[in-house]
Design a binder for this molecule. Structure first.
Ligand SMILES: Nc1ncnc2c1ncn2[C@@H]1O[C@H](COP(=O)(O)OP(=O)(O)O)[C@@H](O)[C@H]1O
Ligand SMILES: [Mg+2]
Length: 253
C-alpha cells in the first residue's frame, strides 16, 4: 500500500538555520499520526513541507506516492511550476492554530469559497455541501453567522469544515486547539475524533496528549529537527525510552 506521507532524510534550512535535520517517517492511509515536541523543534516547518508551502533542501518527501515540489524523470528532478504546486496543494487540507476565516463572510460562505473560487464549482452545489459540513461539525444552526458572532471553538470548527469542503485526501492540523479557551477545546477534538473515525488520514501537531493517546495510531516526538522517538502513542506516552522524551512529557503531562 502506498504511504500517504513518506519522508526520507528530509532536510530544511532557512538561510544558515538548519531546521529539519533528516526526518524519516511514514504515514499510512487512514492513519492518525500525532507529532509532538517542544516549541521550535520544526513541527510546523515539517507540515509546511508536506503541504508544498516550503521546498525541502535535501532528502525526499512524497505525498500519496508523488514527490512534493518536483517531478522525477529518470534520475533527474525538475521543480514543479507554481500552478502545478497549487494543484497538488488542493488535495491537502490544513487547519492552523489561528483560523483565519474571512470576517465579511458567513460560516456558509467561508466554507463555499474555495470550491467556488478554486474549483469553479457552482454556488448551489458548494452551498449544499457547506451546509452538510457545518452540520457535521455541529454548527448546523450557525451557518448564517459571521466569524465575529462565533466562539473561537466554533470558528475553528468552521475552519475544519472549510478544509473538508475541498475533499482532501490528507488533513494537516497544526496545534488546532492551542489558541482556544480550555472549555472550547473538547468540541474541536470531538470533530477531529469523528473525522478520524470516518477514515481520514490526519497528521496532527498537538499538545493534547489525551487525544493522541485515544485517537492516535502513531506518535512521533521531535526535538531539534530530528525524530527522537516514535511508536504507538500509548507506548511512547507511558514508556518513553529517551531522556529527551521523558523530560518533555514530564512538562506537558
Ligand atoms: N520562514 C522562516 N524563516 C526563518 N526561520 C524560520 C521560518 N519558519 C520557522 N523558522 C524557524 O525554524 C524553527 C522551527 O520552527 P517551527 O517549525 O515553527 O517549530 P515548531 O512548530 O516545532 O514550534 C524555529 O527556530 C523558527 O524560528
Ligand atoms: Mg509550530
Amino acid at each position: 500500500m502506498t504511504a500517504m506521507v513518506k519522508a526520507e532524510g528530509v532536510h530544511k534550512s532557512y538561510g544558515a538555520a538548519h531546521i529539519l535535520k533528516g526526518i524519516d517517517l511514514e504515514v499510512a492511509p487512514g492513519e492518525v499520526f500525532c507529532l509532538i515536541g517542544p516549541s521550535g523543534s520544526g513541527k510546523s516547518t515539517f507540515l509546511r513541507c508536506i503541504n508544498h508551502l516550503e521546498k525541502v533542501n535535501a532528502g525526499r518527501l512524497y505525498v500519496d506516492g508523488e514527490l512534493v515540489g518536483y517531478r522525477q524523470k529518470g534520475d533527474k528532478l525538475y521543480e514543479l511550476k507554481d500552478s502545478e504546486v497549487a494543484l497538488k496543494r488542493r488535495d491537502i487540507g490544513m487547519v492552523f492554530q489561528r483560523f483565519n476565516l474571512f470576517p465579511h463572510m458567513t460560516a456558509t460562505e467561508n466554507v463555499m469559497e474555495a470550491p467556488v473560487q478554486v474549483k469553479g464549482e457552482s454556488k448551489a452545489v458548494a452551498r449544499e455541501r457547506a451546509l452538510k459540513l457545518l452540520d457535521r461539525v455541529g454548527l448546523g444552526d450557525k451557518s448564517g453567522n459571521y466569524p465575529s458572532q462565533l466562539s473561537g471553538g466554533q470558528q475553528q470548527r468552521v475552519a475544519i469544515a472549510r478544509a473538508l469542503a475541498m475533499e482532501p485526501k490528507l488533513m494537516l492540523f497544526d496545534e488546532p486547539t492551542s489558541a482556544l479557551d480550555p472549555e472550547l477545546v473538547g468540541d474541536v477534538l470531538d470533530v477531529m475524533r469523528d473525522l478520524a473515525e470516518s477514515g481520514m488520514t490526519m497528521v496532527v501537531v498537538t499538545h493534547e496528549m489525551g487525544f493522541a493517546r485515544e485517537v492516535g495510531d502513531s506518535l512521533v516526538f521531535m526535538d531539534g529537527g530530528v525524530v527522537v522517538e516514535s511508536g504507538h502513542p500509548r507506548d511512547v506516552l507511558t514508556n518513553p525510552r529517551h531522556d529527551r522524551t521523558k523530560a518533555f512529557l514530564s512538562k506537558v503531562l
